[in-house]
Design a protein around this ligand. Structure first.
Ligand SMILES: [Zn+2]
Length: 211
């Protein structure tokens, strides 16, 4: 048998650049910059991690608002007012109203509270839990939702988005298609609001939050 030459040999695979490598800031050494400037720039860049799943042109729009110090103004135009839900009671009532409107059949909610301890270390603004409590011989499951106290001073829409997110977790534990369908069923604008929430997190982190 003659030896045939493989002509369409695939080129060897190049290792993919890790995202951290390709996102390393390129310093412009032609300009004099102070260490404070560098710190500021680095914190602004890292704040953009909240938008990591979005398309580059969208992320760039937000980046240029940050760079021109206009993010607060941009946000205020969109959401001029903050809500007045400050107590756990008010938060519970608001959550139950959404649940009754869209998820009446789901397990009852034992507790909905603001929680000072939920912060960025949880990578979350809300948490849901399912606590098994023993009562005599019976084990009762209790659903609880905890919402970060940071959301006490935000536009209503953003609080609502986080509440809807945690309510959806009563039924779907994972962030899968069914989960997002449930979110948009409760709040048609859910995806836009999640994006706005992330932009608000960027604004907070770079010190451009308007609230
Ligand atoms: Zn979640």
């Amino acid at each position: 048998m003659p030896i045939t030459k493989k002509t369409a040999k695939a080129p060897p695979k190049m290792p993919l650049k890790s995202p951290s490598q390709s996102l390393k800031p390129k310093m412009d050494m032609s300009k004099l910059i102070t260490s404070d400037d560098i710190k500021k720039q680095q914190s602004e860049r890292s704040a953009m991690r909240y938008l990591s799943g979005y398309q580059p042109h969208i992320v760039n729009q937000i980046q240029s608002l940050v760079d021109s110090n206009k993010l607060a103004e941009h946000f205020l135009q969109r959401y001029p007012k903050i809500h007045e839900i400050r107590t756990d009671k008010a938060l519970y009532e608001m959550t139950i109203a959404i649940k009754n409107a869209h998820m009446r059949q789901s397990d009852p909610l034992a507790k909905v509270v603001f929680d000072e301890k939920i912060n960025l270390s949880h990578h979350a603004l809300g948490l849901h839990s399912y606590v098994n409590r023993r009562q005599g011989h019976k084990v009762k499951a209790k659903n609880e939702i905890r919402i970060s106290s940071r959301l006490k001073h935000t536009p209503f829409e953003l609080l609502q988005m986080v509440v809807v997110h945690e309510l959806a977790h009563l039924r779907e534990k994972e962030h899968n298609k069914a989960f997002y369908q449930l979110c948009t069923f409760m709040l048609a604008d859910y995806h836009q609001l999640e994006f706005d929430m992330r932009v608000w997190l960027v604004a907070e982190e770079v010190g451009q939050s308007p609230y």
